[in-house]
Write a protein that binds this ligand. Structure first.
Ligand code: FAD
Length: 456
C-alpha cells in the first residue's frame, strides 16, 4: 500500500511533522508517498485573483521540490481524497490539522468518508507553534485577553523544528494541470518554501535589529513581509521562533526578538479565538453601537467604493488602499488606519471591509483578517476601545513623517513636498485630480462617539 500526504496550508517539506509521519508509515511498508493537493472549489471561489495566482506559484514550487510528482486534483475533498486513496491503494492519509471553521468541518467529513474503506486520516501538527484550543485560563475557559494568552503561550513553549527529509519515495500518479486562475491584479511576491526561507534570512540579517523602531513606518521596509509565507505554510512559525532564539544568543537585541515573537503570538491568539468562536468569522463578538448607526443604501455603496478605490481624499488612507490593490499587501499600521476610517468615519460595518481585504490580500487569512477587523472595530474580545478613533491626518504625519509613503502610492500628490502631503486641502492650489475629503473627520468622529454613548 502507499501513503497519502495531503498538503493544505503547509506547502513545504522542511519542519513538516505530518510529512514525516507519512514517510514513517511508508518506510515501514517499504512503499511510496503520494503528495496530494486538492484544489477545493469552495476555497478556490472564495480566494481573490491575487491569492489564487500566489497559490499556483507556490504549488509549482512545491511540485518542483517533489521532483515533479505533486498530484493536484480539483474538486470537493470529500470525493477527491477517497478517490485518490482507491487509485493509489493507500492505507493511510496524513495531514496537518485544520482549525478554521470550514477546514475543521471538511476534515471531519473526509475522515468519515475514509472510514468506510477503513483508512485513517492521521492529523499531525498544525500551522501554529501552539495549536488553537490547547491553552486555557485557570478557570478552564478560553482566553479572551491577549496579554495573559501570550504569557501562557510563552510558558507552554513549542517543540523544536523537525528535520527536512532527504529522500522521499514519491509515488507516480496522474494529476491535473493547474487550472487557469484569473490574472492577478497585483504584483506578487515570489512564492514557495525557498523564497520564504530566503526572505526570512534577509530579515534576520538586515531587518530584525531595527524592527521595534521601524515596524510602524510604512514608508520604510521595516517589517518582515513573512505573512504571506506563513499564510501558505511555506515556513512554520516554530522554525521562525527557533531562529529568533538562535539570533538572540548570537547577539540580536532582545527587545527586537521579544517584539517580533509577540507579533507571532497575536497570530496564534486570533487563531485560538476563532477556534472557540467560529461565528466570529461573520458576527461581531459584541455589539458596540446601535443598529441604526450604520450607513445604508446608496450612501454606503458610494462611500465603500471610494474607500476601496483609494479616493477618500485622506492621503494616508488612500495610499494604503492603493498599496493593497497594487501589491496584494498593506502595511499593518495602515491596515489599522484604513479599517478605523471605514468603520468610524464612514460608519460602514467591518464585515464589508473585511470582505474587500479578503478579495485582495495575498496573506488573506480568515482568522487574522476577521479578528483584526473586529479588533479595530471594537467588537472583538480584547479589542481597541470603540472610542479610540484614529485621526487619518495625524497618523500619517506621525508614521509617514516626510510623506514618502503617500507620494509612492498616490501619484496625484507626487509634486507635494514633505508632510504637507497629508493635508492637500490646505495647499494654496490643491492638485485638481485628487478628491476633496469625502467626509469631515472631526464631525464623523463625534457622530461615532455619540453612537457609542447610545449603545452603552
Ligand atoms: P511583521 O510586522 O513582520 O510581523 C511578523 C508576523 O507577525 C506577521 O507576518 C504576522 O504573521 C504576525 N503579525 C503581525 N501583526 C499581526 C497582527 N496584527 N495580527 C496577527 N498577526 C500579526 N495578517 C494576516 O496574516 N492575514 C490577514 O488577512 C490580515 N488581515 C488584517 C486586517 C486588518 C484590518 C489588520 C489591522 C491587520 C491584519 N493582519 C493580517 C495583520 C498584519 O497587518 C499582517 O500580519 C502584517 O501586516 C503582515 O506584514 P509582515 O509580515 O511584514 O508583518
Amino acid at each position: 500500500p502507499t501513503t497519502v500526504m495531503w498538503f493544505r496550508r503547509d506547502l513545504r517539506l522542511a519542519d513538516n511533522p505530518a510529512l514525516l509521519a507519512a514517510l514513517e508509515t511508508a518506510r515501514a511498508d517499504d512503499s511510496a508517498v503520494v503528495g496530494l493537493y486538492v484544489l477545493d472549489d469552495v476555497l478556490w471561489r472564495r480566494a481573490g485573483a491575487n491569492r489564487l495566482a500566489y497559490l499556483r506559484e507556490s504549488l509549482r514550487a512545491l511540485d518542483e521540490a517533489c521532483g515533479g510528482r505533486l498530484v493536484v486534483r480539483r474538486g470537493d475533498p470529500v470525493d477527491v481524497v477517497p478517490r485518490v486513496v482507491r487509485e493509489a491503494g493507500a492505507a493511510e492519509v496524513h495531514a496537518a490539522a485544520g482549525y478554521e471553521p470550514y477546514g475543521r468541518r471538511r476534515d471531519d467529513e473526509v475522515a468519515a468518508a475514509l472510514d468506510g474503506p477503513g483508512v485513517p486520516l492521521v492529523r499531525t501538527g498544525s500551522p501554529y507553534a501552539v495549536a488553537p484550543g490547547r491553552l486555557f485560563t485557570q478557570s478552564g475557559g478560553a482566553y479572551q485577553v491577549f496579554t495573559p494568552f501570550r504569557r501562557a503561550w510563552l510558558e507552554h513553549g513549542w517543540r523544536e523544528p523537525v528535520h527536512r527529509p532527504r529522500q522521499i519515495p514519491w509515488a507516480d500518479l496522474p494529476g491535473e494541470d493547474l487550472p487557469h486562475s484569473p490574472e492577478p491584479t497585483a504584483r506578487l511576491p515570489r512564492a514557495g518554501e525557498e523564497a520564504a526561507r530566503r526572505r526570512w534570512r534577509d530579515f534576520l540579517d538586515d531587518g530584525l535589529a531595527d524592527y521595534p523602531a521601524a515596524r510602524d513606518r510604512p514608508d520604510l521596509a521595516g517589517t518582515s513581509a513573512m505573512s504571506v509565507h506563513l499564510r501558505w505554510g511555506e515556513i512554520h512559525p516554530r522554525t521562525m521562533l527557533a531562529d529568533l532564539a538562535t539570533a538572540q544568543s548570537d547577539g540580536a537585541p532582545s527587545e527586537a526578538v521579544a517584539t517580533f515573537r509577540s507579533e507571532l503570538s497575536w497570530r496564534e491568539f486570533h487563531a485560538d479565538v476563532l477556534y472557540h468562536r467560529p461565528d466570529a468569522r461573520t458576527r461581531s463578538l459584541r455589539a458596540v453601537v446601535p443598529d441604526d448607526a450604520w450607513t445604508r443604501g446608496e450612501q454606503e455603496t458610494e462611500w465603500l467604493t471610494a474607500w476601496t478605490e483609494g479616493r477618500t481624499g485622506y492621503p494616508f488612507v488612500d495610499a494604503g488602499m492603493r498599496q493593497l490593490l497594487a501589491t496584494g499587501w498593506m502595511h499593518n499600521r495602515v491596515r489599522m488606519v484604513v479599517a478605523s476610517f471605514l468603520v468610524k468615519d464612514l460608519h460602514v460595518r467591518w464585515q464589508r471591509g473585511a470582505e474587500h481585504f479578503m478579495a485582495h490580500l495575498v496573506d488573506g487569512d480568515v482568522s487574522q483578517n476577521q479578528l483584526n477587523w473586529q479588533w479595530v472595530a471594537g467588537t472583538g474580545h480584547d479589542a481597541a476601545p470603540y472610542f479610540r478613533i484614529f485621526n487619518p491626518v495625524t497618523q500619517g504625519e506621525k508614521f509617514d513623517p516626510d510623506g514618502e509613503y503617500v507620494r509612492r502610492w498616490v501619484p496625484e500628490l507626487r509634486e507635494v513636498a514633505g508632510r504637507r502631503v497629508h493635508q492637500p486641502w490646505k495647499l494654496d492650489t490643491p492638485p485638481a485630480d485628487y478628491p476633496a475629503p469625502l467626509v469631515d473627520h472631526a464631525h464623523e468622529r463625534k457622530v461615532s462617539l455619540d453612537d457609542f454613548q447610545r449603545g452603552r
